[in-house]
Design a protein around this ligand. Structure first.
Ligand code: ZN
Length: 185
């Protein structure tokens, strides 16, 4: 896995880029939660479920179907996104699957079961930009520092660029609109 600190960076960046008009704070909060949710599957180790099994680590909970089910469950089970159900479903699905997408950029462990339960195949992207975070390892060890450095470069830096670019585009769009709103002088 990438670390628990870095998974929320993706929905956070998209939320900032699109703004509160599209992604309200409450929906953004749910998105941050969704981005770390797939790693509840580390419980599988305690239950004796093998890593490579469908319900093992990086299996079903990292799949596209799981991401959709989580989004539907949050949408139905909470008041969030009642006014904009499709935006809510899309954003929460994206936030959840972004977890597996980041994990697929790591350089260790088994790949990601994106198509579970329909296929047991595990996938990595060709690029392995993120140092894998060993389960249970200390963030303050030398290994932890290597992991955090790779995440700063491969996750936080691009996410910051997306957030700043989106924010700047929104500001520009607003400044273009303002003169049009003025009554003719
Ligand atoms: Zn994971």
């Amino acid at each position: 896995m990438a670390t628990i600190f870095s998974h929320p960076a993706v929905p956070l960046a998209v939320g900032i880029a699109l703004g509160r008009g599209v992604i309200p704070s409450r929906l953004l909060g749910f998105g941050l939660l969704c981005s770390i949710l797939p790693d509840v599957d580390v419980l599988a180790f305690k239950l004796g479920i093998p890593y490579g099994a469908m319900l093992g680590h990086r299996g079903f909970s990292h799949s596209i179907l799981f991401a959709i089910l989580v989004a539907v469950a949050f949408r139905i089970g909470s008041k969030v996104g009642r006014e904009h159900p499709w935006t809510t479903l899309l954003f929460l699905s994206f936030a959840t699957i972004s977890h597996g997408l980041l994990d697929a950029l790591t350089n260790g462990g088994l790949g990601i079961g994106f198509f579970a339960p329909f296929s047991g195949r595990r996938y990595f992207f060709p690029a392995d930009w993120i140092e894998v975070s060993p389960i249970g390892a200390s963030f303050f060890s030398a290994r932890g520092m290597v992991v955090l450095k790779s995440e700063l470069l491969a996750v936080w830096l691009p996410c910051a660029l997306v957030a700043v670019l989106g924010f700047a585009l929104r500001l520009q769009a607003r400044s273009v609109r303002i003169p049009e709103d003025k009554p003719p002088g």
